[in-house]
Design a protein around this ligand. Structure first.
Ligand code: CA
Ligand code: CA
Length: 589
């Protein structure tokens, strides 16, 4: 009874904005322009992470104060990477170990909690994270570490439907925020280090009914309405023998939707195994380039059928774990041209044509790229062949190929942590990392549910005084306007606002607001644990709020090497912080 009363009260507090019909396609399409709610991952399906709010701005951000903190509780914390969603006065956030919480957005009071019952033997490669849910109609949908999808009732947290994306025993898992397009919930999959096959799936968000599937490695067959549709690519065009059957390409970071071209854009991870010589990628042979399509690529998909409309492969002949999954942000340049921007693991920022995904431009966003000299005018890397880890079958002992130093490291010039784009400054704010690795190849054969790398590595900082590097980058000229250096690697999301602010957090626990033009630090707050979550800002009752989750974890602390020294003292956590600019201080300086 108490719980019922609480929910009703929360609903009444935002009287006048009740949505009897629930969340619609139109509301999702307009999300970026309606700062009273946050209905999509990326604060808009273009993933710009830009808020039109300017109540909070350069002049008054010094007055930003905590409104509440909400603890995720539990004995086990680990990395908190969620982006909260806000609808009808309620905030929905996911937590580590496949948990979902609904809290009163204004007070932080818990309304309900859902804990997925995870089986023994799940195989998440890189911490037990979750990056958020997707809202449709009267439900919130999120994926769990055992590669399932769960739809919960927004009001009660009760399960409405549940479905399996793939078999967790084969190494599949799920951590991304799904996206909703025209009533379909679109998901990828995780598990690229286990020889899985990357796939995109579309289900009816109301019922969970599967509509289409699109595996992303050539040779695999897609489905539509329960029947075979078309094969992905052309069998054995770029893969030797049967290697495509366990070819990787995990679509683990989810995707974006470009309404202007009616295209779902998904990124695909590394081809499997890491040892590129087993995939013909080390030495291309006659009639087979070893590009290993469509791994390490961006794919444009038709939302109605799952057919591939276009592809752009950022790292053909991939051999460094440069997953091509990083988010693709739709933007418009100062001349009105519609483009995509994406900062790849491989250290290059790519600008693509939004109509067909074709290559426009590329430039480095980190300092010491060693595996390629640059990108040619077709978008293909100019490889430094000597910097490809050697073929173990040519080594004297047959066990360990030649060791090379490669930069960026396998964790990337930028990993999953999302950048922001401000249409006001025209700049991208890219959370990058300056690090490299010693990497070598080893023999490997596929075994279901076992790591499938055929590589070893030691990760290394490239500079003594920083790994993390937040850069403001002009996507037209490639110029870096400003840089903020951070000792530990950056692993949290970035957000820009019309108030001229850029927000992000650090593993050291600081939540920071920067001047979007100069990079000057204007405000910061110590959250008590490392920030690897994604900030949002929103408005209620004429006041602007900023929310971010704090809780150190993710992939960085799982690896040793010299990077460990910079992070092994950091404490875990699990607190969601909401800040506000009190009305009476909005005009003050
Ligand atoms: Ca909105
Ligand atoms: Ca990978």
């Amino acid at each position: 009874m108490n719980r019922f009363v609480t929910i009703v009260a929360a609903g009444l507090m935002i009287s006048g904005t009740a949505h009897a019909q629930g969340v619609t396609e139109e509301m999702l399409a307009n999300d970026a322009a309606t700062p009273g709610d946050i209905l999509t991952n990326g604060m808009g399906r273009d993933l710009q992470r830009y808020s039109p709010l300017d109540m909070l701005n350069k002049d008054n951000v010094a007055n930003l104060v905590p409104a509440y903190a909400f603890s995720l509780g539990g004995e086990k914390q680990r990395g908190q990477e969620t982006q909260p969603l806000i609808y009808d006065g309620v905030m929905y956030l996911t937590g580590s170990y496949s948990r979902m919480y609904a809290i009163d957005a204004i007070t932080g009071k818990e309304l309900w909690q859902y804990d997925a019952r995870l089986p023994e033997g799940i195989l998440p490669c890189c911490d037990v994270v979750n990056r958020g849910g997707a809202i449709w109609n009267d439900k919130i949908i999120f994926g769990t570490l055992d590669a399932r999808l769960v739809a919960l009732d927004l009001k009660t947290g009760d399960v409405v439907w549940r479905d399996e994306i793939a078999d967790y025993k084969a190494g599949y898992s799920y951590t991304a925020a799904p996206i909703i397009v025209d009533g379909l919930v679109i998901t990828g999959n995780s598990g690229g280090e286990f020889g899985i096959v990357g796939e995109v799936q579309a289900r009816k968000a109301d019922t969970g009914e599967l509509v289409w599937t699109r595996p992303v490695i050539e040779g695999h067959m897609g489905t539509l309405n329960g029947e075979d549709s078309t094969m992905t690519g052309e069998l054995n065009a770029t893969w030797p023998g049967d290697m495509w059957k366990t070819g990787g390409g995990a679509t683990w970071l989810g995707g974006s939707y470009d309404a202007d071209t009616d295209t779902i854009v998904m990124g695909t991870g590394n081809p499997a195994p890491w040892n590129s010589h087993l995939r013909n990628a080390g030495t291309p042979v006659e009639g087979n380039t070893g590009d290993n399509l469509y791994a390490a690529s961006r794919l444009g998909l038709d939302p109605a059928t799952g057919e591939i409309k276009w592809h752009f492969q950022s790292t053909p002949r991939e051999g460094w774990d440069y997953d091509g999954v990083n988010e693709v942000v739709a933007f418009t340049d100062p001349e009105g041209n519609k483009k995509f921007g994406t900062a790849d693991r491989n250290g290059f920022f790519y600008v693509l044509n939004r109509e067909d995904g074709s290559f426009v431009d590329a430039f480095p966003f980190v300092k010491d790229i060693s595996w390629a000299e640059g990108i040619d005018d077709t978008g293909r890397p100019i490889f430094v062949e000597a910097n490809r880890p050697g073929d173990p079958s040519e080594a004297a002992d047959g066990n360990k190929g030649e060791i090379v130093f490669s930069s960026p490291s396998f964790l990337g010039g930028k990993n999953w942590q999302p950048m922001a784009h401000s249409p006001k400054t025209g700049l991208f704010y890219v959370p990058s990392n300056e690090w490299g690795m010693d990497i070598w190849n080893e023999p490997i054969s596929y075994k279901k549910g076992a790591a499938y790398l055929g590589s070893g590595f030691t990760i290394k900082p490239n500079y003594e005084d920083h790994i993390g590097s937040l850069k403001a980058i002009d996507p037209v000229t490639g110029e870096w306007k400003w840089e903020f250096k951070n000792d530990a690697p950056l692993w949290g999301g970035v957000m820009a606002t019309a108030g001229g602010l850029v927000f992000t957090g650090t593993p050291e626990g600081e939540f920071i607001a920067f001047d979007d033009e100069t990079g000057e630090k204007l405000w910061s707050f110590q959250t008590g644990s490392g920030i690897v979550g994604q900030p949002v800002t929103w408005e209620a009752d004429g006041e602007q709020y900023v929310t971010v989750i704090s809780g150190w974890g993710g992939a960085v602390p799982l690896w040793g090497g010299e990077v460990a020294k910079k992070v092994n003292y950091l404490n875990q956590g699990g607190l969601l912080w909401t800040f506000k600019l009190p009305k009476q201080l909005a005009a003050a300086e």
